[in-house]
Design a protein around this ligand. Structure first.
Ligand code: PFF
Ligand code: NA
Length: 449
């Protein structure tokens, strides 16, 4: 068998992992699930999930990947024995489902990016104005409604999947490692600038109040919906629960401090999501939208187009913003396809380019209905996120916590030194409290679905 690939540089791994984590989950998904979850109430539960479950869980995926040097299916088999292979298969299915609609949404970002080249965002909106006045909807919402499905959405989904397949086919060094370097600083800079601008808007204060001052009664009254939604978002945004971090850590040749890497990844990802909220909610309230949940999957497009239509230089900013998010989406899409591809290479002995093309093609077809009707988006997203990812994370916790805890502590200590009691604390957190919360979330998610 050919020598398995490894990352070319020390920073390659961290860049790729950050590239996977930072994506549509932060910019597109976070603001609308937060809006649906009541704003600040959702934010609190989500942040708790990231810190108390996301952090231990990412470490679990890292140690499994680095120890086994295999794709998730092979890794589970090696640690748990043959029957775990079927459970590992769920990861592959999850990856396919998520990428299928992820690509369509990424296509929307390309679409809004291209709109900037055709003229100012204000001039696009002008075309929708009279129609909007008639039905009493925001002009930006009509524009989103029109651009989100149809032939253009289909073509852009095709282009986005072709790019993703192309990069994965090239392999982890040439493709993935080089794709992520400019994106993270670029997004951070743009979001900080936009957040400062949003601060100056009239009625921004109402936006901050909605987003930042939690009413704990709202949490207590709505925990049945909040819990699975926040759990799902935490896993989705950190790329957990389907083996991306297992796969990426499997290409680590050396023993680095995985705890530090985990904190870096989580820090960037959470920071970018949080910043996005600081941009979107003030813009919404300034524009008279006081029920941010109603924007749904269109929230980010509606608020941002509003902003770029008003701002001087908004056209350039819009091109930069939608373009950068497209790149962020690409580096996440790559990681999704990489899991599936690594499985085909390792377990089925298929050549990389054939595996990427074949599986990418299947995923592409799965996404086509979404370009036709957004109902499919909700169905796939809710299923993958609220159920499959939580299930995947639960399975990993059970395996590492109960079946293979010794190896896990030993593996985590490599590159760090003696963990003392912390290693045991981590394992016990994984064994009981985290498992309980995940079981409850999964149950609630299933009932909801
Ligand atoms: N973490 C990515 C985002 O926030 O956009 C999406 C994602 C990538 C989810 C990879 C799951 C995954 F396995
Ligand atoms: Na993310």
């Amino acid at each position: 068998m050919a020598q398995r690939e490894t990352w070319a540089t020390r920073t390659g791994f961290i860049l790729a992992a950050v590239g996977s984590a930072v994506g549509l989950g932060n910019i597109w998904r976070f603001p609308f699930v937060a809006g649906e979850g009541g704003g600040a109430a959702f934010l609190v539960v989500y942040l708790l999930f990231v810190a108390l479950i996301g952090f231990p869980a990412i470490l679990v995926e890292f140690v499994v990947g680095r120890r086994t040097e295999r794709n998730p299916v092979g890794a589970l088999m090696e640690l748990g024995g043959g029957a775990w292979k079927y459970i590992g298969g769920v990861f592959i299915v999850t990856g396919c489902v998520i990428l299928s609609y992820y690509s369509v949404v990424a296509g929307w970002f390309i679409r809004y990016f291209l709109e900037g080249f055709r003229g100012s965002y204000a001039s696009h909106l002008a075309g929708y104005e009279s129609a909007a006045a008639e039905v009493g909807a925001p002009t930006t919402a009509l524009m989103f409604g029109e651009l989100s499905t149809g032939l253009d959405a289909f073509v852009l989904h095709t282009i986005f999947m072709a790019l993703t397949i192309g990069i994965v086919a090239l392999g982890i060094r040439r493709g993935i490692e080089t794709a992520t370097k400019l994106m993270v600083p670029g997004i951070l800079l743009l979001l900080v600038g936009m957040a400062i601008w949003a601060y100056t808007l009239p009625n921004a204060g109402a936006g901050y109040a909605y987003y930042l001052s939690p009413d704990f009664n709202v949490i207590l009254d709505n925990w049945v919906e909040l819990l699975p939604a926040a759990a799902g978002q935490a896993f989705f945004t950190l790329s957990l629960g389907m083996g991306v971090m297992i796969t990426y850590a499997s290409y680590l040749g050396e023993d680095r401090n995985l705890t530090r890497d985990a904190l870096t990844i989580i820090g960037f990802d959470t920071g970018i999501a949080f910043l996005t909220g600081l941009v979107v909610f003030p813009i919404f309230f300034a524009g008279g939208i006081t029920e941010p949940g109603e924007g749904g999957a269109g929230a980010i497009f509606i608020s941002m187009t509003d902003a770029f239509a008003t701002l001087s230089g908004g056209r350039l900013l819009g091109i930069l913003f939608f373009g950068t998010v497209t790149i962020a989406a690409l580096s996440s899409a790559i990681s999704l396809l990489e899991v599936v591809t690594a499985y085909m290479i390792d377990e089925k002995g298929i050549e990389r380019w054939k595996a990427a093309l074949g599986m990418g093609g299947v995923i592409y077809l799965l996404g086509v209905p979404v370009t036709y009707d957004l109902v499919f988006l909700d169905l796939l997203d809710l299923f993958a996120d609220g159920i499959l990812l939580v299930f995947g994370a639960l399975v990993l916790m059970l395996l590492v916590g109960w079946v293979a805890p010794k190896f896990a502590v030993e593996e985590l200590s490599k590159g760090i030194g003696d963990l003392g009691g912390l290693g045991q604390a981590w394992i016990w957190a994984v064994r009981v409290p985290i498992v309980i919360v995940l079981v409850v979330s999964l149950y609630l998610g299933l009932v909801d679905y």
